[in-house]
Write a new protein. Structure first.
Length: 403
């Protein structure tokens, strides 16, 4: 009966049955021989083992080594070597170090400490356990950027929307501080251009320094240009397209203020005394504690409480100029009679000492003993390029801002 059944089946049927049996036997053999602990490819085994520890606020450098795979002796050896080249007690949050371990033995071979700045410290251990420490310099990356934009509300908003760093924005404002007050003079539709370079550390992209190479601020009526240039006598600074320094004898304003609450006038109703009297200065409204800077180089002739002015600083400048800074909450360190000050140096802080209804700076300026309106003052540049300097300057800056 059985033979009769098989005799009726075609040959291909038996062939398929035979192949199925062979495949089943082969798979069974592979499963039996396959090891239970499959290893990763050897290439993965050869990767170095690196630990990275970031210093946090309150950390003690030496104690952070307890969180690593180092032995107590290895930690002691590393600290001993590191102390030869750097004060580890002055490490800062954000500093970090990396430890490299041999993938075969598990022993450490390299230790690198990366503080802020352009240098780092490398400790190596040779195969015969000789430890060597070196101070090394990072590779520095210099990048140049070109940006432009239009003012909609403020310079800060317009530039930060282009991902320009706060440091560059402040430098831009400082360059034009003698021509423009970016808190009061900016208008919707004004435009800016800036070319700047940034030096960064290759390891962590930390910024070492930044510098504006060229800058432009354009209003509806005037265009201001500034180009960085180093003269042949090692001087440097920013000059306009004609080679005139953009820096004037005096700053545009002595502080970053919110508004002018009272202007220069020969007759004003005093807010406290309630009668008309001259106000021969400018009141800059600003929060208490706002830094106040000297608008120019000079010498302090007075720095003490003075009646209605409250805490007052008077500075004598060259060519017969004197400036007054009143209602200060306090004086900056070192500001006293006889002290020399530089343009832009902080001399005190906004307050409301003396006769004042709110925090502000009462700023006044005299020429040859007579007060005048600082806002109407036209200032000449401090220097002007000539000769070979002017020729080289023209070659370097030609069409630089055409983008």
């Amino acid at each position: 009966m059985i033979m009769k059944f098989f005799s009726k089946k075609p040959l291909i049927f038996y062939t398929l049955i035979f192949c199925f049996v062979l495949v089943t036997i082969a798979v069974t053999i592979i499963i039996i021989k396959k090891p239970s602990n499959i290893k990763q490819p050897l290439a993965q085994d050869n990767l170095p083992n690196i630990e990275k520890i970031i210093i946090k606020k309150g950390d003690i450098f030496a104690l952070t080594l307890n969180d690593t795979k180092l032995s107590a002796k290895d930690s002691s050896d590393i600290i001993k070597e590191l102390k030869k080249v750097v004060n580890i007690n002055r490490c800062m949050p954000g500093d970090f170090y990396e430890i490299l371990y041999d993938f075969k033995t598990g022993e450490w071979t390299d230790f690198c400490y990366y503080p802020s700045g352009a240098s780092y410290y490398s400790i190596t251990k040779s195969s015969d356990n000789v430890i060597k420490v070196e101070k090394k310099e990072f590779e520095i990356i210099l990048s140049e950027f070109k940006e432009q934009g239009t003012i909609t509300s403020s310079l800060w908003t317009a530039m930060s929307s282009q991902n320009i760093s706060p440091g560059i924005i402040l430098s831009f404002a400082d360059i034009f501080a003698w021509q423009i007050d970016f808190l009061t003079d900016t208008k919707q539709g004004d435009a800016f251009k800036v070319i700047y370079e940034i030096k960064q550390i290759s390891k962590n992209n930390a910024i070492l320094s930044s510098k504006i190479i060229a800058a432009q601020y354009k209003t509806s009526s005037k265009t201001y240009n500034a180009f960085y240039f180093k003269t042949k006598n090692a001087g440097n600074g920013y000059f306009d397209e004609n080679g005139k320094s953009v820096k004037s004898a005096f700053l545009k304003a002595p502080l970053q203020f919110r508004r002018i609450s009272s202007s220069f006038t020969t007759s004003r109703i005093h807010p406290i005394l309630k009668y008309a009297r001259p106000h021969l200065g400018i009141d800059y409204a600003a929060p208490s504690g706002t830094p106040v800077s000297s608008i120019g180089d000079g010498m302090v002739t007075k720095a003490h409480y003075s009646g209605g002015f409250g805490n007052l600083v008077i500075i004598k400048h060259s060519n017969g100029y004197e400036t007054y800074y009143g209602h200060l909450s306090k004086y900056a360190k070192g500001i006293r009679k006889g002290a020399r000050v530089n343009q832009g140096q902080v001399i005190g802080y906004v307050g409301m000492t003396g006769l004042a209804t709110g925090p502000h700076l009462d700023f006044r300026i005299k020429l040859n003993g007579k007060f005048f309106n600082f806002l109407t003052m036209k200032q000449p540049p401090t220097t002007k390029l000539t000769g070979e300097n002017k020729k080289e300057f023209g070659e370097q800056t030609q069409n630089l801002l055409d983008f």
